[in-house]
Write a protein that binds this ligand. Structure first.
Ligand code: 1GP
Length: 250
């Protein structure tokens, strides 16, 4: 099986930026996957993330199986809770909500996930997840009952990211929240990227090619696009070729 984390590290070492499309199974009908997969295959995406804040998992395996049949991109689970795990994916972002102080999202859900994960061959990638204020309450805040970090306190956010690295997170995910009014500030991305040595994922509220490129230039290694593609499956149809966005897939 492919070592997805190693590929991410290699891409970072080469300076190759990665782009993930986030699919929320809550908002996806199984019979829409074939058409969506065509759009994904035509896009510059290098990874597919599957998950959401509140989904309870009923048709998750079916969605992932179809995506695997119809695309060649690695599929990483991005679970809001342990019910969002299926052995059919390639890997899982094993999330720890570093911005919050809710023990359920710091360790309890992770413990609950162990017996499920032990029955799979999923590649488990420890990911420090940091929610940043974005102008209004997001689904992550509601579901986790935690507050995001101050979008002006770059030092504290960078220090939190570094703590994640020290406790063993292999990726740091700076998250404004799905559909966020304001994306993570570029200067914050730069500050965090400068401070950590593990790859940096940035997502939430990024709605344009310019927004993706700015996040890459600021220091993101992986940018996540969810809502923009969900609302418009033609999102990637304009000219993305002259950008920093990867032209070779992992
Ligand atoms: C959400 O970071 C992802 O977890 C993507 O956010 O839906 O706003 O693109 P958007």
């Amino acid at each position: 099986m492919r070592n997805l984390y190693l590929q991410i590290l290699e891409a970072k070492a080469r300076g190759q930026k990665l782009l993930a499309i986030l699919l929320d199974p809550d908002k996806l009908a199984v019979d829409s996957i074939s058409d969506l997969a065509i759009k994904i295959n035509q896009s510059p995406a290098t990874h597919i993330l599957v998950g959401g804040s509140s989904f309870e998992g009923s048709h998750l395996a079916e969605i992932v199986i179809l995506l695997k049949q119809k695309t060649t991109l690695p599929i990483l689970l991005f679970p809001g809770n342990p019910s969002q795990i299926t052995a059919e994916a390639d890997g899982i972002l094993f999330l720890q909500l570093l911005s919050g102080r809710n023990p359920d999202y710091l360790i309890e859900h992770q413990i609950d996930a162990v017996p499920i994960l032990e029955k799979t061959n999923l590649e488990i990638i420890s990911t420090g997840y940091i929610l940043i204020e974005s102008g209004s309450e997001t689904a992550v805040e509601l579901v986790t009952q935690t507050k995001p970090l101050d979008r002006n306190n770059f030092d504290y956010v960078a220090q939190t990211a570094k703590a994640g690295e020290y406790v063993g997170n292999k990726l740091i995910y700076l998250e404004a929240g799905s559909g966020a009014q304001q994306a993570v500030p570029l200067a914050m991305i730069a500050k965090v990227a400068e401070r950590i040595s593990v790859p940096l994922i940035v997502g939430g509220g990024i709605r344009s090619k310019a927004g993706v490129e700015e996040a890459f230039t600021a220091g993101a290694d992986i940018v996540v696009i969810g809502t923009a593609f969900e609302n418009d499956s033609a999102f990637f149809e304009n000219d993305w070729s002259t950008s920093q966005i990867p032209n070779s897939k992992c």
